[in-house]
Design a protein around this ligand. Sequence first.
Ligand SMILES: NC(=O)c1ccc[n+]([C@@H]2O[C@H](COP(=O)([O-])OP(=O)(O)OC[C@H]3O[C@@H](n4cnc5c(N)ncnc54)[C@H](O)[C@@H]3O)[C@@H](O)[C@H]2O)c1
Ligand SMILES: [Zn+2]
Length: 365
Amino acid sequence: MPDIPLELPHHTYRVTVAPGALEGLAGVVRGAVPSADRVVLVTDEGVEPHHGRTVAKALQEGGVDTAVAVIPVSEKKKTLGTVRNLYEIFLENKLERGHAVVTLGGGICCDVAGFAAGTYLRGVPVIQCPTTLLAMVDASVGGKTGVNVPQGKNLIGAFHQPAAVVCDPRVLETLPERELRCGLAECLKHGVIRDPTLFDWIGANAAAILGLDEAALVELIARNVKIKADVVVADEREAGERAHLNFGHTFAHAIEATAAFGTRFKHGEAVAIGMVAAARCAQRRGLCDAAVGDRIVAAVEAVGLPSRGDGLADDAILLKAMAMDKKVRDGRIRLVLPTRIGEVVIVDDADADQVAAAWAAVRRG
Ligand SMILES: NC(=O)c1ccc[n+]([C@@H]2O[C@H](COP(=O)([O-])OP(=O)(O)OC[C@H]3O[C@@H](n4cnc5c(N)ncnc54)[C@H](O)[C@@H]3O)[C@@H](O)[C@H]2O)c1
Ligand SMILES: [Zn+2]
């Protein structure tokens, strides 16, 4: 079974992708952090009823003393308050630096518990066990952790690389299909920025993936983790090419910010529309031909994601939201645009006409 190594200058860790991997979690914890005979397992309220007890039992029976902390799962509660509650639980359980935090949840849980682990006692090791496709291929790998503040999403955080990541595709059996599709938006994004073969493979294998075929899921997760890992290793602190991971996201963030956050579009759905918009913007700019956008539309629709949106805000409002995105530098909107499937470039001088063409292409009706 594939085990993907991440070799950073000061730290190496492995991402395990295997059905049933969580049954052997105690072994992974001991392998990654030999002194961790005690852990706090942080899980979220949506995951705990399905998998909390099984995973805690696997840890206990493997000889790892385990306390369980359950956190709320909403962007509203992805806050310093929740982190503070975790510090209390770590202290109550006498968690020391040689111990570890284990996460079991989606991206919110990975981010919040990862940040708590990264700051408690100036950093205790964290083992990430993502339970959504998005968290497996994106949030759990790469070391970014953090929380929201009223001024914006993920504005407070730290780089805290995990000691290990365990992706067990079997947990996806309880994940709502809409969440699975949202993870696929990030997978298609990886295809567009780095790997045309992966991009085509996802479209061709949509039925097997959505049907939770184990072999298809292992291949999907492993290939995507590898891409995210390669990008992170090349640019851990987001000084350059890690920004390619923002493909589709400046448009997506504008959609999310103007559409009463989280209600109408889930993040992955906004990313799907955002990728189409970015391709149409690139086309208007002469960076790529229409086929690139057409292929993205077809792939997005093949996995049941939207390629257009109903009721998007006016261009002026969307443009203003794009300008507020934290990736903006010196007042210029930076966009990641495709030149073909498999390659993107960063531009910071897209004009209003190019952006308007992008929005017009994804506006329904
Ligand atoms: N750190 C990073 O690099 C990074 C990258 C991408 C996204 N993120 C963050 O990730 C978050 C989004 O993560 P997400 O999409 O995983 O959403 P999420 O964490 O909100 O989880 C989505 C929902 O699915 C439920 N759930 C999770 N796993 C389940 C399972 N196996 N069975 C049943 N229900 C399950 C959760 O309880 C929740 O209700 C955002 O806050 C985003 O900022 C971080
Ligand atoms: Zn995303």
